[in-house]
Design a protein around this ligand. Sequence first.
Ligand code: KG4
Ligand code: ZN
Length: 339
Amino acid sequence: MGAILGIETSCDETAAAVVTDDGEIQSSVLDSQIDVHAPYGGVVPELASRRHIERIEQVVKGALDQAAVRIRELTAMAVTQGPGLAGALLVGVNFAKSIAYASQRPLIPVNHLRGHLASAWMAQPQFPRPAIMLVVSGGHTHLYLTPQAGYYELIGQTRDDAAGEAFDKAARMLGLEYPGGPVIDRLAKKGNPQAMQFPRPYVNRGGLNFSFSGLKTSLLYYLRDVDKMGKGRPPVEDLAASYQEALVEVLVKKSIRAVQRYKAKGLAVVGGVAANSRLRELLRRETIHSGISVVVPPLSLCTDNAAMIAAAGWEEFRVGRFASWDVDAQANGSLAQKV
Ligand code: KG4
Ligand code: ZN
């Protein structure tokens, strides 16, 4: 039985995990930097790199110890190559490169989005294809068609803000802490989603593309107008619920449209925003009688983690995609149109 060590440092989480060739997660260790960045209302790249440097050794050691595996026993090492923050990625890539070189193990560069996509197969190994996959995170809102294992075709994406960004920016306008998605999710549970009618941008146009900057601006104008009237703002729970409702409704409608257009058998929603409880609920409700198989990975696999990087590493390992020793971080690398 083989095992791959996955390392992830693309943003504000230092993570390492060991995953076997049949997809079993033997360990998954995560050092979150939320406390470092929260006072600034967003991720500060310099602070992120510094904290990755401080923590990576103990995080990797923790993952190996928990899995009771030694470096020399690993089949390979997989590391997030990009996209992400350049300085943060460099920490993981260089750390992985040095231990892989020292132990003469193969090194596999992994695209962060491929990691999120792989989390669906970890959650449900029998997930059918062709499938539509929606990646919704802080930096991405991408729709993919996957006709067969390891192959992805980009069929839609956001024209401006990513869904996670739209949550985080709205939270900042409402004076809530960072990251905004989980806070809005929590408050929305106590609010009325019909209290305000925010626009559903692109819902009936734009093909399979998204746009969230208009929604964000409509919240900004709404708050400006009520502040101007001086009667006080409505309950933040209602604002959170109404804003969230508009955002997740667009995500669900477009995903289902993609399923219909490509006659897909499955729909997966992955990435940090897939942790959103209303999105999960609406997806279930809208697909319950459709006969399509819907996968939304457990919360621990939705937000950034290294188990998904190790799992994507296995996909690359099987087709022999390895790195040479001069491999470097690719901060702007996205998944190609067709991979
Ligand atoms: O995938 P992820 O952990 O990191 C990136 O690759 O970006 O996603 C982070 C994003 C943040 O924007 C965060 O606000 C959002 O995911 N998020 C949520 C929830 N949990 C995390 N958004 C809505 N509802 C949630 N429960
Ligand atoms: Zn991510």
